[in-house]
Structure formats: structure tokens, C-alpha cells
Design a protein around this ligand. Structure first.
Ligand SMILES: Cc1ncc(COP(=O)(O)O)c(C=O)c1O
Length: 494
């Protein structure tokens, strides 16, 4: 086979694209996956029933093409949101819907709508927008969020450039902050000749009355009033159906017609039969939907409280994730390092190496068990950092004053990639530890943390939460001077 780096036959566009990088989808289930804002609860049981019913009819099930315009699903959506079918568009996830939105309303160079006028978009928002901008040659004017990460609507109204469209996620990602409906109306009014897109991927987790007393929540009903407004939503988050790939847009019928034309110039059947049936069943089980949203909101509030107690800075979240800045008491407040320490412990969160937000982490709301596992790790990290600071002095003193080697204990915390679990091993001497460490790799274990205790007090390094098996207890072999021992031991693992 030819080398895959041979780009001779690629189009210029394919060569210049900088594709979106989705969050990690790990290969095994034992990880605590808090990185891609999926719902921690399963979809309504009626969804799988509906899918099974489609499959039962072997004669038609997967042999025939699906209904191209997904009319039944659009009718069910229209009924759910009090709209007409002509105001509803569906696609293969809201990512696809957004791509078609860019192609329909923002694409440059057509000499007509939006030509050479930039799309206005916040500097911190969903990372797919710049990618679509590149794919569809859409020039963008990036408008910085305020210092508190809120959207300043005036910046969109009074910008000098002509506006070729506006796209804002509400609640915003990854901040979780929410704009008021009044602000959205202001944008629609101020830019009547541009399409204003409000990406409501997370809106079902937003509280209806904002703290400010301003009316917040979904802008779907505003489409009756503003013919330049497009609201997109998804089944991936609040309806636990990220794997089914269903997203939608609500807008004035003429904008929906444009989307349909674009869809039919690209893929006439974006939603398969199973997706259409599953999405309808999900909409029909409104009790289950409300229950799941309430559970996620409750778990979010609990997590926010616990993280605040741990001195995290937590932005006010209206989504199924929290955007947080760790305190210096945890891995010295280094978010990237914290994400990687948590990863080693089997917990995945999302770190963005981007200006203004590189001190933050985005953490998806998990089940109670998942959130507790995260909090336990953070608590242990917080304690160990405090202890190691306190013990720096103790350690120096100990090294100079005592040779009570029998009371030294050595620990290795290992992550097992096969089981996704971490375990701490205790050793009575450094040789036993070194012996084990040598073999760790071949056993599929990665060494995550190392530390030493003296008379039960931690002298060095990071935490343990559980003490386990004593591997062996052979002779202790280190210098009389405790500090020499610790340094030598530490060096052997560098
Ligand atoms: C703001 C925002 N919009 C849209 C999407 C895309 O959702 P989907 O394609 O799963 O419907 C996401 C996914 O994470 C998102 O965060």
C-alpha cells in the first residue's frame, strides 16, 4: 500500500483543512468518562423498543431507504415545540445541521448574501465553528467575550464591519454561561439582514429563570417573531442519544427551505430509519426526558457545591458540564497537569490548550458514582499537596535526625490499562519496589504516583487513597542518611 502521507491527489481544500478533534472516546468501559458532555443516564427505554420494532420487519427494515425528509420526526418535533413542520429541519447530529447552516447562510464568495462580510462569533465558543469557517470559506470576526466570559451584545451591534451572520452557543460551550432572551432579540433586531444562529445544544439543562431575573431559556419560540433567527438543538445531550446522531434546526420556513435544498445537494437521507424511529420515541416519552434533565441539574448543583468547597472557581453552569479553574492546592493549579493526573487515575476531563481558558477544565456531569470518584481523587490530591508542603520541613528534619528505617514505607500507585483501575502497592523496601517497577510495564501497569511514608507520614510525592498488598519485606538497603536514600530512590525513577 502507498504511504498515507502522499497528498498528491488531494484537493487544495483537503490539504488546508484543520479538522475538528473530538474528545477521546476510550476503548474500554472502566474509565470515568467526563470529557464529551454525553448524558450519564441511558435514553428512554422506549427508544430501543422503537428501534427493535423497525428491525422486526425484515422485509422493509434496512433494505429500503428511509423517508428522505424525516416528515414524521419533523411532525413530532413540531408538535413538541408548538410549531409547524415547515419550521423544522433535522440532520445527522447538530454538527451536520450546523455545517449546512454555514453552507446556506454564511458561505462567502457567492456575490450575494453575506459575500465578503465576516461571520461574528465569540472568541471562546464551540470549537467546530472555526473548522466550518475554514471548510466553507467563511471569514470570521472573532469578538472577545467579556472578562467574566459573558457575551457583550453591544460588541455585535456596534462592530465597524458589515455583519455576514452571527453564531453563538447558548448556553455557551465550554463556559456553560447563558444569555438572556432579551439579548438574543436585540441581536435579531440589530442585524435584520444577517442570519443569527443560536446553538442550543445544552439548553434543556438551563434553568428557566436566570439569577438576574432576566428571562432566559430556549429561543425557539422567537422564530415566529424573527425571520432571521435559526435555533439549533440536539438529541445528543439531554436525550442521551449521542450515538444515534440526530440534531435539528428551528427557523422561518424560508430558511428551512434553504437548508433542505443544501441537504439535498449533499445527502438526501441523512437520518436512517433507526434514528428517525428512536428520536420520535424519545420525544414521545416526555416524562422520562424531564426526569433525566432534573437529575442532571441536581447532580450538577451538588458537584458545583463540592468543587467550590475544594476551592475551585466554578462558572455558573446552565449545561451538563462545569467549567472550572482548579485552586493552587491541587497540582499547583495547573489544569493540564491535573487533567493528566486524573487521566492516569482513570478519569477523563477536557482540557483546552487555548488562550484565556488554558487555566480551566471542562468536566461533564456524571452519575453520582462518577462525580464521587472524581471528588475523591481531587480531595486526595488536595490533601497530598497540602501534606507534602507541610512535610517538606518534617522531611528535612527526619533525614538529619533518625535512622529508623523500619518505619519507611514505599508506595507505587499503578494504573491498569486493561481494567481501567488504579491500585496502590506498598513495599517495605526500595529494592522490592524497584523490582516490581521494572516488571510493571510488561504487566500492563503504568506507574502513576510514587511516595514514601515515614512513621505513617507522607514524605514525598503524591497521594494514595487505598493501601494494598505488601509485596515483600526483604532487607532494607539504603544509606544511614535518610535524605540520601530518598534522593537515590527518586533518581532511579526519573
Ligand atoms: C455547542 C455544541 N453544539 C453542537 C454540538 C454537536 O452536537 P451533536 O452533533 O452531537 O448534535 C456540540 C457537541 O458537543 C456542542 O457542544
Amino acid at each position: 500500500m502507498q504511504s498515507s502521507t502522499n497528498q498528491r491527489l488531494w484537493s487544495t481544500k483537503a490539504k488546508t483543512l484543520d479538522p475538528y478533534v473530538p474528545g477521546e472516546q476510550p476503548k474500554h468501559d472502566n474509565l470515568c468518562k467526563l470529557n464529551t458532555n454525553e448524558n450519564p443516564f441511558p435514553p428512554s427505554p422506549k427508544v430501543s423498543q422503537a428501534i427493535e420494532e423497525v428491525l422486526v420487519n425484515q422485509a422493509t427494515a434496512l433494505r429500503l431507504y428511509p423517508e428522505p425528509e424525516s416528515d414524521k420526526l419533523r411532525d413530532t418535533l413540531a408538535k413538541t415545540y408548538g410549531l409547524q413542520r415547515e419550521q423544522v429541519f433535522v440532520g445527522n447530529g447538530s454538527d451536520e445541521v450546523l455545517a449546512l447552516v454555514f453552507a446556506c447562510f454564511f458561505m462567502q464568495g457567492d456575490g450575494k448574501l453575506a459575500s465578503a462580510k465576516p461571520l461574528f462569533t465569540p472568541d471562546i465558543s464551540y470549537s467546530f465553528y472555526p473548522v466550518y469557517g475554514m471548510t466553507f470559506d467563511v471569514e470570521r470576526k472573532v469578538i472577545p467575550l467579556a472578562d467574566d466570559f459573558s457575551v457583550n451584545v453591544d460588541d455585535y451591534i456596534h462592530a465597524d464591519e458589515d455583519c455576514g451572520g452571527i453564531i453563538i452557543a447558548n448556553p455557551n460551550a465550554p463556559t456553560g454561561l447563558l444569555m438572556s432572551l432579551a439579548d438574543i432579540e436585540t441581536l435579531c433586531n440589530a442585524r435584520p439582514d444577517s442570519v443569527v444562529v443560536i446553538d442550543e445544544a445544552y439548553i434543556d439543562f438551563a434553568v428557566v429563570e436566570g439569577k438576574s431575573g432576566l428571562k432566559v431559556g430556549s429561543a425557539v419560540n422567537l422564530i415566529e417573531k424573527y425571520d432571521n433567527l435559526v435555533v439549533t438543538q440536539t438529541f445528543s445531550k439531554s436525550r442521551s442519544l449521542a450515538g444515534l446522531r440526530v440534531g435539528m434546526a428551528f427557523a422561518n420556513p424560508s430558511l428551512i427551505e434553504a437548508l433542505t435544498r443544501m441537504k439535498n445537494s449533499f445527502n438526501s437521507y441523512p437520518l436512517d430509519r433507526l434514528a428517525q424511529a428512536g428520536a420520535i420515541a424519545s420525544l414521545e416519552d416526555s416524562d422520562y426526558f424531564s426526569h433525566v434533565c432534573q437529575q442532571v441539574i441536581r447532580l450538577r448543583d451538588e458537584l458545583v457545591q463540592a468543587l467550590t468547597l475544594l476551592e475551585f472557581k466554578v462558572l455558573e453552569s446552565h449545561a451538563n458540564f462545569v467549567f472550572v479553574k482548579p485552586p493552587t492546592s491541587i497540582v499547583e493549579g495547573n489544569s493540564e497537569q491535573l487533567a493528566s493526573v486524573l487521566r492516569e487515575q482513570g478519569i477523563i476531563v477536557r482540557y483546552f490548550n487555548k488562550p484565556r481558558i488554558s487555566d480551566y477544565l471542562r468536566i461533564t456531569i456524571g452519575t453520582k458514582e462518577q462525580n464521587d470518584r472524581l471528588l475523591e481523587s481531587l480531595q486526595a490530591l488536595s490533601k497530598s499537596q497540602q501534606k507534602s508542603e507541610e512535610n517538606t520541613e518534617t522531611s528535612k528534619m527526619t533525614n538529619n535526625t533518625t535512622n529508623k528505617r523500619d518505619d519507611l514505607r514505599f508506595f507505587l500507585k499503578c494504573y491498569n490499562a486493561n481494567t481501567g483501575k488504579s491500585k496502590t502497592y506498598r513495599f517495605d523496601n526500595q529494592d522490592a519496589l524497584a523490582e516490581f517497577a521494572k516488571k510493571a510495564n510488561s504487566k500492563g501497569l503504568t506507574i502513576v504516583d510514587t511516595h514514601i511514608t515515614f512513621l505513617g507520614v507522607e514524605l514525598l510525592f503524591a497521594p494514595i487513597s487505598e493501601e494494598d498488598s505488601v509485596i515483600t519485606a526483604t532487607d532494607i538497603n539504603f544509606a544511614e542518611d535518610g535524605s540520601y536514600c530518598l534522593n537515590e530512590w527518586a533518581k532511579s525513577f526519573n
